[in-house]
Design a protein around this ligand. Structure first.
Ligand code: NAD
Ligand code: MG
Length: 399
């Protein structure tokens, strides 16, 4: 029995993880689930899975959940507040932690799991984007086992030789015969929209991803392609890439989840349905395979696979992220923070769609890039960038 904590159990990745676990009750035991404030969803998870702990970050929601579970005579104990996230991520009873909180809020709980030497199923890309080298160093120090869940990184991981998989973040790609990592992305819902119409796009339109069903924040990031930018930074750390070893390819069908190009001219790709249960099942059972509930691809139904490069004018956020990646961790932390503030303002209809990239650019230009040597440094830069971004939200606020 593998004992599991799901950080962000009420979200899109959290629910897909629960779906895979529910197919294998003899293999997986749910130790803890966490959420920000969704009481109804947590009640339903506790009724179905009976975890030992349920953590609510929001205090009022935590009190309400505790009350209702007591009334239902549930044996699940409720813990309240952000510190409890760290406790259930690092508890000695836990083998595997699914890191699926969205955004910077996932950083400290994910690091707690890393420092406790757990198997980490990493969906929360923002944690790695912010803490980069510090995160990978902590993995190496603690002996934690890091498995990428983001579909592209999971695909790349599957395509790599076993020796490179086992030295994740440390392996010299060239020494393993790898010449390039090709990160694929669909281009999002606005790939073919006339550029002049981008500024008027609504949150509903931005969240209507053509292939994937995901949380709101990552859906907006897919529309700006900052998601691919964050993934580029994520790949740089996970696979220890040099600049010339990493490339973004637009592939609208999302059938190929990413590829690895080798020095002998071979290119290995991982293909599948756009369904996160596949990478989640892979992470849960690595190095063996279990069923995920996802059907295999039906090649008689696939008409074509197409590829192109990302248009610079359509996706300014992607170029900002690639630049930030090679500037260093202060820049990637700032970009991530600015984007979180801008996306939240866009989802709240305070700013227009194209203001997201402008706010990210303003923040990157305004704050000096300093060396980062600790998680405290990362958190300080994150906070500073949020304040500056908030000021720019006021500047771009829609009348
Ligand atoms: P989501 O919005 O659906 O769910 C987010 C989860 O985080 C929820 O359980 C929520 O309660 C919790 N949460 C939100 N704010 C919190 C806070 N301040 N403190 C503690 N918990 C908080 O998001 P998602 O789409 O499931 O994405 C989760 C992560 O996985 C993101 O980092 C995303 O980039 C990554 N990811 C998602 C997908 C996908 O298909 N959804 C694919 C690849 C990577
Ligand atoms: Mg992805």
């Amino acid at each position: 029995m593998q004992s599991i904590t799901i950080l962000g159990a009420t979200g899109s990745i959290g629910k897909s993880t629960l779906a895979v676990i529910s197919e294998h009750p003899q293999r997986f035991n749910l130790f803890a689930v966490t959420a920000h404030a969704n009481v109804a969803e947590m009640l339903s998870i506790c009724a179905r899975f009976n975890p030992t702990y349920a953590v609510m970050v929001d205090e009022q929601a935590g009190i309400a959940l505790r009350q209702q579970l007591l009334e239902q005579r549930s044996s699940t104990a409720v813990l309240i507040g952000p510190a409890a996230l760290l406790d259930v991520a690092s508890a000695s009873e836990v083998d595997t932690v699914m890191a699926a909180i969205v955004g910077a809020a996932g950083l400290l709980p994910t690091l707690a799991a890393v420092n406790a030497g757990k198997r980490i199923l990493l969906a929360n890309k923002e944690a790695l984007v912010m803490s980069g080298q510090l995160f990978m160093d902590a993995v190496a120090r603690s002996g934690a086992e890091l498995l990428p869940i983001d579909s592209e990184h999971n695909a790349i991981f599957q395509c790599l030789p076993t020796a490179a998989q086992q030295a994740l973040g440390q392996a010299d790609l060239a020494a393993h015969g790898v010449s390039k990592i090709l990160l694929t992305g669909s281009g999002g819902p606005f790939r073919e929209l006339p550029l002049a119409e981008l500024a008027q796009q609504t949150p509903a339109a931005a969240c209507a991803h053509p292939n994937w069903s995901m949380g709101q924040k990552i859906s907006v990031d897919s529309a700006t392609m900052l998601n691919k930018g964050l993934e580029y930074i994520e790949a740089r750390w996970l696979f220890n890439c040099q600049r010339e070893q990493l490339e973004v390819v637009v592939h609208p069908q999302s059938v190929i989840h990413s590829m690895v190009s080798f020095t002998d001219g071979s290119v290995i790709a991982q293909l599948g349905q756009p369904d996160m249960r596949t990478p989640i099942a892979y992470g849960l059972s690595y190095p063996t395979r279990i069923s995920s509930g996802v059907a295999a691809l039906d090649f008689s139904q696939l008409s074509q696979l197409t590829f192109s490069t990302a248009e610079a004018a359509r996706y300014p956020c992607l170029a900002l992220a690639i630049e930030a990646c090679w500037q260093g961790q202060a820049a990637t932390t700032m970009l991530n923070a600015a984007n979180e503030i801008a996306v939240e303002a866009f989802l709240g209809t305070q700013i227009g769609f194209t203001a997201i990239a402008e706010i990210c650019d303003r923040v990157l230009n305004e704050i000096a890039v300093i060396p980062v040597s600790s998680i405290d440094d990362v958190i300080a830069i994150d906070q500073q960038a949020r304040q500056v971004a908030q000021r720019w939200v006021e500047h771009y606020r829609l009348c």
